[in-house]
Design a protein around this ligand. Structure first.
Ligand code: GLU
Ligand code: ZN
Length: 291
């Protein structure tokens, strides 16, 4: 199987050192294996995505010496595909509408009778299940405009009932020898919970889009920061539910500033364009991220 990987930035800010590291790593892995390197623009957040950022990101990547397959896929072109899969999950009773605000979730999760403070999952506090409990039954009705959450217990139940249920997990190649990472059902229930698969008025979410697009684009290796390790577990679960192949994952270390803090998008000081303006070369950037 040809090695096929991608770099998938959201065009909501400048490319910084952390992104550059991720992109160069994925690109070099593809080149070393005679494989493909793709660029995918994750622009589902229509309010925050800007064509100027996309142009800047592409310009910075080309300046770094990277080249990618064309045409470039934009997630904003894929909304119909995401909607079709949500419809399927809805029909299967695996998603339910949720009208909770952030505040509702905070309040429900920290109610005194609940005891200990709520677990923090990959997307924030683990959802306390308010709207799941309010759901009498799932009817084959048109998809609501509300946020849709995955019913994690039902999803795991579906997988467990398969005639030949295979263990949930994936192959990890980051940090040395390839190894198999097992994903525990208990962990998914208690520490991940009912994640949002479609945000209100957006019709999708990062988790759903990334899973569908990695499959659509035939991605065999996902190279991403270790901050997404928990998200990967959600993605593998979705791949199983949707009968999609699971790529190999390579979670890499994060690039931090001198104080050990993770670089954020708004950190314009570490934007590649800032270094370019100061006269840095692509080799300087590689050296800065330890490549
Ligand atoms: N758009 C995501 C990001 O920039 C993609 C990362 C991924 O899924 O590997 O963090
Ligand atoms: Zn809710």
């Amino acid at each position: 199987m040809t090695f096929r990987t991608r770099f998938a930035p959201s065009p909501t800010g400048p490319l910084h050192l952390g992104h550059a590291y991720s992109a160069i790593l994925a690109h070099d892995m593809a080149r070393a294996r005679g494989g493909d390197f793709l660029l995918r623009i994750e622009d589902i957040d229509r309010d925050r995505s800007k064509p100027e950022w996309e142009a800047q990101i592409e310009d910075d990547l080309a300046w770094l010496g990277l080249s990618w397959e064309t045409p470039v896929l934009h997630q904003s072109e894929r909304l119909a595909a995401y909607a079709a899969v949500l419809e399927d999950l809805w029909q299967r009773g695996l998603v339910y509408p949720c009208t909770c605000t952030r505040r509702d979730i905070q309040m429900a999760a920290s109610a005194p009778q609940e005891g200990a403070s709520p677990a923090i999952g990959p997307d924030g506090p683990v959802y306390p299940g308010t709207c799941r409990a309010a759901q009498v039954r799932f009817a084959p009705a048109p998809l609501p405009r509300e946020a849709l959450r995955l019913d994690m217990c039902r999803a795991l139940d579906v997988l467990a009932r398969r005639p030949d249920p295979d263990a949930l997990g994936f192959v990890e190649t980051g940090g040395g020898q390839p190894r198999r990472v097992a994903i525990g059902a208990g962990h998914l229930i208690a520490e991940v919970g009912d994640v949002v698969l479609a945000r209100r008025d957006m019709g999708t979410s990062y988790h759903l889009s990334v899973v569908l697009d990695d499959a659509f684009q035939g991605i065999t290796h996902v190279v991403r920061g270790e901050d997404l390790f928990e998200a990967t577990q959600i993605h593998v679960l979705l791949q199983r539910l949707l009968d999609l192949p699971t790529p190999t994952y390579h979670h890499h270390r994060l690039i931090r500033d001198e104080k050990g803090k993770r670089l954020a998008k708004r950190d314009d000081a570490r934007a590649i364009r800032t270094y370019r303006a100061e006269g840095a070369t692509p080799q300087d950037i590689r050296a800065m991220v330890g490549l």
